[in-house]
Design a protein around this ligand. Structure first.
Ligand SMILES: Cc1cc2nc3c(=O)[nH]c(=O)nc-3n(C[C@H](O)[C@H](O)[C@H](O)COP(=O)(O)OP(=O)(O)OC[C@H]3O[C@@H](n4cnc5c(N)ncnc54)[C@H](O)[C@@H]3O)c2cc1C
Length: 599
């Protein structure tokens, strides 16, 4: 009988208890991609590690990216070659270590007669003469920096080829273009895959648990007071836990400076949060195929990507310095900015009504002393150490999370006097081992269960070999094979799986991060909040009142996130709740992760 690692509310409670009762080697604060990476690397090196996240995993910046795994062509004009090289090498590793989650993606970069500063080129040749040659040189460099990790060499495209590949682009003034290669991923599912891999290697994980105070002894940090932030999550036990650890890692992204101050330290890293907003549009509305498009130039010297992502296109992003970092939401100005630039380049202009949803996040940019504008701040990362021993890691990108984590763990190995090793270089993430062989089985079993091709493809792409576990849930209860939203491939089994295997504790955890209904549905999933709450209630033992409260809380959250588009989401009233039976389990047995099994 096959076994699936359980990561449920009960396991979370057990993990918290263990963290509070037995000192850790490493405590990680922050459950975005960076903290997840640190927890995995620490566990893989044999450390006793715990991670706490004040909200849900990937609820910060890591759930709001453009979802690219890339070197970043726009950093070339900034001559940030070390960053590009590092990111391109990490791209290659991710393609190997998580092949179901990270996929090569081709980008069409059009060149227009009016182009002067495409891709943020700082100098404009007179009349744009020679721009093609300059871009060609830049892309050659990009290919070279990727070295043997390169996905494919870039190539010049004729005007006709650009039009054939990107028919949505306005033909007037189009001269030629380029095709080059990078990769795309699913940011929240990547974070979850890293966390599940860490848990399999012995890491203890708790979402909804915030570091609120630090404990010192003889001038050194020795622990953290962590408070549960979800009402009822501690089930009558104390909702504050003292966790002691020899090494404490601050991986709180844009909150890193605040966390340093909370520890009583002067902030060593200067973070300049920079807000980025995306529009989500139906792919067919744009006529977008499987290739991304780079809108080469905005008035403020930026580029905008149109990225095919599931059934939608992501259009973004904006980039401007902000002070307020909690709950970023698209503003009217940002929507107008993005629509304005999009409409300069697409044949059939889009209106606000064509926007399905928007989403925003804050980049943790590191302030360099010479930087004046957010676009010139650094995407590189830094690891700094305060006098009391707090290790803070911030900056970087989704793409470079593994390298960031490695740098942190090298410091810890050094402190411990251990020989440095880099196990995550080749460590396959959960769902990746045996993926090539499992694909056929997943397709076959999915078809036998009556699932359509889009659902089967989605399950493989989101869960890798673990899709077999979801199919087992459908085998146990056919109703779990039903789509949650008619035009999206998410099914009921994913709700049950999220609760049992991915520590989902609220309706928002399922709709916004375990799945992306919140991003791909016009009501942000508010129309299915009650159904999801009912499925979760069955798993988590929620009362009827709690179920209703959860669904209503989600709808309120969806309206807040929708910002200027909130009027499309019905207010949270009159919920019709379906009541599914508890699914029987077919050939799967759930097992608790054991901390020592991989040692
Ligand atoms: C618009 C945009 C587009 C981007 N696109 C890309 C892209 O396409 N490719 C790419 O490689 N990178 C991209 N990035 C960058 C990338 O998303 C970030 O660098 C990365 O997600 C940062 O991850 P993190 O874990 O450091 O921060 P976060 O994901 O923000 O995680 C920090 C976590 O710490 C938690 N926390 C804070 N305080 C506490 C506390 N006291 N106790 C416990 N937990 C706490 C927060 O809740 C949060 O979940 C983009 C960023 C933005 C904003």
């Amino acid at each position: 009988m096959e076994q699936v690692m359980e990561l449920s509310a009960a396991v979370r409670r057990a993990h918290l208890k263990e963290m509070a009762e037995q000192p850790l080697d490493v405590l990680v604060i922050g459950g975005g991609i960076t903290g997840a990476g640190v927890a995995l690397d620490a566990a893989a090196r044999g450390y006793r590690v715990g991670l706490i996240e004040r909200d849900d995993f990937a609820s910060g910046t890591s759930g709001a990216s453009t979802k690219l795994v890339h070197g970043g062509i726009r950093y070339l004009p900034q001559l940030d070659f070390p960053l590009v090289r590092e990111a391109l090498r990490e791209r290659g590793r991710l393609l190997r270590n998580a092949p179901y989650l990270v996929h090569p993606l081709s980008f069409i970069l059009p060149l227009y007669a009016h182009s002067r500063h495409p891709v943020g080129l700082p100098v404009a040749p007179p009349g744009g003469i020679g721009l093609g040659a300059i871009l060609n040189t830049g892309l050659t460099l990009y290919d070279m920096l990727a070295g043997k990790e390169n996905i494919g060499s870039h190539r010049r495209l004729s005007r006709q080829e650009v039009t054939a590949r990107a028919p949505c682009l306005v033909p007037e003034g189009l001269k030629s273009g380029f095709i080059y290669y990078d990769a795309r991923t699913d940011d929240t599912r990547l974070t979850l895959a890293v966390l599940r891999t860490a848990a399999a290697a012995g890491a203890r994980l708790a979402n909804y648990c915030q570091a609120v105070r630090f404990a010192h002894s003889s001038g050194r940090l020795v622990g953290v007071y962590a408070r549960e932030t979800l009402p009822g999550a501690s089930e009558g036990e104390s909702d504050e836990h003292m966790i002691t650890a020899r090494h404490i890692v601050n991986a709180t992204g844009v909150w890193a400076e605040r966390t340093e101050r909370l520890a009583g330290d002067a902030a060593r890293l200067q973070i300049q949060p920079s807000k980025g907003t995306h529009l989500v549009i139906a792919r067919e509305r744009l006529g977008l195929g499987d290739e991304a498009i780079v809108l080469p130039e905005t008035e403020d010297g930026r580029i905008i990507f149109i990225v095919p992502w599931q059934s939608r296109a992501l259009v973004g992003t904006t980039d401007h310095a902000v002070r307020e970092i909690e709950d970023p939401v698209a503003t009217e100005d940002e929507i107008t900015y993005l629509l304005g630039h999009l409409n300069r380049y697409v044949r059939a202009p889009l209106s606000r009504d064509d926007i399905i949803t928007t989403y925003s996040g804050n980049r943790p940019l590191l302030r360099l002393t010479t930087a004046r504008t957010p676009a010139r701040l650094s995407r590189t990362h830094a690891v700094v150490e305060s006098a009391d021993g707090l290790l803070t890691v911030s900056g970087g990108k989704l793409t470079t999370y593994r390298r960031m984590a490695q740098d942190v763990l090298d410091r810890i190995d050094h402190r411990e006097g251990r020989a440095v090793c880099h196990p995550t270089l080749t460590l396959a993430l959960v769902g990746a081992e045996g993926w090539a062989e499992a694909r056929g089985t997943i397709a076959m079993r999915g078809r036998a269960l009556g699932l359509d091709a889009a659902v089967i493809q989605h399950l493989g792409g989101a869960y890798g070999t673990e899709a077999l576990g979801l199919l087992a849930l459908v085998a146990g209860d056919a109703r779990l094979g039903r789509r949650l939203v008619a035009d999206l491939p998410y099914i009921g089994a994913e709700v049950v799986w999220a609760v049992r295997a991915e520590l989902a504790l609220t309706v928002g955890d399922v709709l916004a991060r375990r799945t992306h209904v919140a991003l791909e549905d016009r009501t942000r999933g508010a129309s299915v909040a009650a159904e999801v709450a009912a499925l979760m209630a069955d798993e988590l033992g929620w009362s009827r009142e709690e179920r209703t409260r959860q669904a209503m809380a989600y709808t309120a959250y969806a309206r807040q996130q929708a910002g200027p588009l909130a009027s499309r989401i019905p207010p949270p009233t009159d919920l019709t709740v379906i009541q599914p039976a508890r699914p029987r389990e077919a050939s799967y047995r759930w097992r608790r992760p054991s901390s020592d099994e991989y040692r």
